[in-house]
Ligand binder design. Structure first.
Ligand SMILES: *Cc1c(COP(=O)(O)O)cnc(C)c1O
Length: 391
């Protein structure tokens, strides 16, 4: 079944394949039988394989068993779910927090709660797919503004004269380009036009801000962004997502977000691992410092080897290729040379902007990064990447 559809995707260079890892998440992994440097995980702080997360999960399994048996509103609220929510609220410095099964579930549940048929949503053109789907599910009038273009956003806010609520939704860190949303300007506009702001900090949580609270802390906007969403499966090395905010918001979401109400809650062991991860973000700030060191080493090394990369301020470093086919060929060459970083193609990114998306982790050692720089340099010489003007 569906052979034609798959063939068509193949012709466009868009057919995807799963790559199997037979080890923990890095910094080097066994990929299809070969040891390679993992350069595409969002496990930024190296917590996914941390002994404290393993131990916390094992202890929770001993005490509570594995599955949670039901949705949160039936019998699926266990003590660890509540402890985790209290811990997230303390971490984020908000009155309360609500825990979702994934970031995808959070966005598709929360956005339709914030805006309905009579309301308007304003969404960045490079927002994550789960935000796009949340906007669609909401049935709200959705205005897509050009990426990070605050004057376009203001034009759209000014034009909308409906009666309902206005809500602006943005990634804190854009997942495929690694750039940040201009949150201070965005919040000022929101205040001027009386719009609600929701920030999705999937890639910011644990990484940005002096204390790892995310991009909202980075910009000092804790008091001015009412809906702070983030995930626990990336830098925190666990699984699940949260929304932090005031009591009213959290109580309302608990009563309206369908992905929360109608889905079995996470196993308590996952909650225990998430709490252990938050604790490590608090007590081991050196992981963030190391992450920034690794990033600096990688980016300056690429520049030295003449590989052009756009100036991303994050551990996400996109290396532009252009063509989907060529990006796939580049990823194959990287793998041959011992580096795992896949091609990112449409529909994840706009046509013609296919790329290798490299991500660095605090757990990479210098020699792994130097190896990666060498290989990228070699591929640039082979004509896969644009050359930087200053080598
Ligand atoms: C990864 C990601 C999500 C989805 O989170 P999951 O927990 O993986 O479902 C949502 N938003 C953004 C910006 C992301 O990068």
């Amino acid at each position: 079944m569906f052979e034609n559809e798959c063939e068509e995707l193949g012709r466009q260079g868009l057919l995807r394949m799963l790559r199997r890892i037979d080890s923990s998440q890095g910094p080097s992994v066994i990929l299809e039988g070969r040891e390679v440097v993992l350069l595409c995980s969002n496990n930024y702080l190296g917590l996914a394989e941390h002994p404290r997360l393993r131990q916390a999960a094992q202890d929770a399994i001993e005490r509570y068993g594995f599955g949670s048996g039901a949705s949160r509103l039936i019998s699926g609220t266990m003590s660890l779910h509540e402890e985790l929510e209290a811990r997230i609220a303390r971490f984020k410095g908000t009155e309360a927090a609500i825990h979702f099964n994934s970031g995808y579930a959070a966005n598709t549940g929360v956005i339709p709660s914030l805006a309905g048929e009579r309301d308007a949503l304003f969404s960045d053109s490079l927002n994550h797919a789960s935000i796009i789907d949340g906007c669609r599910l909401s049935k709200a009038r959705t205005f897509v503004y050009r990426h990070n273009d605050m004057s376009h956003l203001e034009d759209l806010l000014r034009v909308w004269n409906g009666q309902g609520r206005r809500a602006i939704v943005t990634d804190g860190v854009f997942s495929m380009d690694g750039d940040l949303a201009p949150l201070p300007e965005l919040v000022s506009l929101a205040e001027k036009y009386n719009a609600l702001v929701m920030v999705d900090d999937a890639h910011g949580t644990g990484v940005y801000g002096l204390r790892g609270r995310g991009t909202v802390e980075h910009f000092g906007l804790q008091e001015r962004i009412p809906v702070q969403m983030g995930t626990l499966g990336k830098a925190l090395g666990s699984f699940g997502a949260y929304v932090a905010g005031d009591h009213g918001l959290i109580r309302y979401l608990l009563n309206s977000a369908r992905s929360y109400m109608f889905s079995t809650s996470l196993p308590p062991a996952v909650c225990a691992a998430s709490m252990a991860a938050i604790e490590l973000v608090d007590t081991e700030p050196w992981r963030r410092e190391r992450l920034w060191q690794v990033r600096e080493r990688f980016v300056t090394g690429l520049a030295r080897r003449g590989v052009a990369v756009p100036g991303s301020p994050s551990p996400i470093i996109p290396v532009p290729v252009g063509d989907a086919d060529k990006a796939v060929a580049a990823a194959d060459r990287l793998f041959q040379e011992g580096i795992f970083a896949p091609a990112i193609r449409p529909p994840t990114v706009p046509p013609g902007t296919s790329r290798i998306r490299a991500t660095v982790m605090a757990s990479h050692n210098d020699s792994q990064i130097d190896q990666a720089i060498d290989v990228f340099g070699k591929l640039a010489d082979e004509g896969f990447f644009r050359k930087a003007r200053h080598g």
